[in-house]
Ligand binder design. Structure first.
Ligand code: UD1
Length: 350
């Protein structure tokens, strides 16, 4: 089978690394990079570190409003599908690149497979939620990371082609954590710092929210390592918010450095979906700078707490979170999700 995989943003590079390897054992793969993320630290470093094959097509769509960015991708992916004539288009996660890949394929009657299907925050104001719902509803194969995701799809009437595979980020993490620890240059005492990431539009594009979050970091009892997404760096400068003395702002970090820092943190403060889940897997408490999450299992097991962009709640939860009792289980899978995905694709008859 000829599989055309579409990636474009940082979390997709992490997810596609294990899947692409398994897919190439059995199938021919054509890799398309939309160019949604184009900075070296958001893109190329992930290809290099994770050994992802060079893209066969680089669409270089770059930044833009949602309509402009998604529209450019849609047109360009349609053209690539026309040239390559794939049997299946494989998309990942919830970004504009995901939706563009799925929609371009569905419109020209090429089957779509979605890795990380069925996740819901039930917040349609998040661009990612719109991308998730629409992508799932035009997918033929839906690879769910959790049982919750399977239930979410069933509630929307989507049952055909749904497979519970486990989460491919567990595959990536299991494989790469030993390497991350070996290569790590982290010079901070274990459990002696917090790690923070902020990039959701609801936090970065609202000056009051970003100010409240940075105000909370300033009040924390330990240093805060804060690898800032380009969007966040720009907004901090635009709003004139200066990080406090205990906040160490860095460039976005490569995957290995991020894993090493995360595994040693006292707690992580984040609005990223992927980081919430990585924290759970690494047994690091997480304080989520949002009012909702698609990864409800992390809440149920007591590893995660939702605090929004409220200074007092952030400080209170960050400082108490390390002491709470917690359960842990393999709710995100066993590290073999990518193998299952490749096998299901091999058996698929459109
Ligand atoms: C995207 C995804 C989000 C994912 C995140 C991971 C959507 C709607 N959102 O958000 O789900 O969790 O990626 O990082 O697809 N920029 C750069 N350099 C880059 C890329 C972006 O400077 O390499 C800046 C641009 O100014 C751009 C802004 O960041 O306007 C936002 O980038 P965009 O691709 O729209 O979304 P992310 O915020 O990265």
């Amino acid at each position: 089978m000829k599989v055309l995989s579409v990636v474009g943003a940082r979390p997709q590079f992490v997810k596609c690394a294990p899947v692409s390897r398994e897919v190439r054992e059995v199938h021919e793969e054509v890799l398309v990079h939309t160019g949604q993320h184009y900075d070296y630290l958001l893109s190329e470093v992930f290809f290099n570190d994770l050994g992802i094959p060079a893209p066969d097509h680089h669409l270089e769509v770059g930044s833009g409003s949602h309509g402009v960015q998604t529209g450019r991708m849609l047109a360009a992916i349609e053209e690539v599908i026309g040239k390559e004539e794939p049997d299946l288009v494989l998309v990942y996660g919830d970004t504009n690149s995901t939706l563009a890949g799925a929609l371009a394929a569905a419109k020209v009657h090429v089957p779509v497979a979605h890795v990380e299907a069925g996740l819901r925050s039930f917040d349609r104001r998040m661009p990612e939620e719109v991308n998730r719902v629409l992508t799932d509803h035009c997918s033929d194969l839906l690879f769910c990371p959790t049982a919750t995701a399977v239930r979410n799809l069933a509630a929307e009437g989507v049952t055909a082609g749904v497979h519970l595979t486990g989460d491919v980020m567990v595959d990536a993490l299991r494989e790469n954590l030993p390497l991350a620890k070996e290569r790590s240059t982290v010079d901070l005492p274990p459990k002696g710092y917090y790690l923070a990431t902020v990039h959701r539009a609801s936090n970065t594009d609202d000056p009051a929210a970003l100010r409240a979050i940075m105000g909370a970091f300033a009040r924390l009892d330990l240093p805060v390592v804060f690898p800032a997404h380009p969007r966040t760096q720009k907004k901090l400068a635009e709003y004139g918010i200066a990080p406090a003395a205990n906040v160490r702002v860095t460039e976005p970090l490569p995957y290995f450095d991020m894993l090493a820092l995360l595994s040693g943190a006292r707690a992580v403060l984040t609005d990223s979906g992927g980081v919430q889940k990585e924290a759970y897997i690494l047994e690091v408490p997480c304080v989520t700078l949002r009012e909702n999450t698609e990864w409800v299992e992390t809440l149920e097991d007591g590893w995660n707490v939702l605090v929004g962009a409220d200074t007092n709640r952030i400080v209170a939860e960050a400082e108490k979170v390390a002491g709470s009792p917690r359960r842990h289980s393999a709710r995100f899978g066993d590290g073999h999700a990518a193998e299952r995905i490749a096998a299901i694709i091999a058996e698929y008859q459109p």
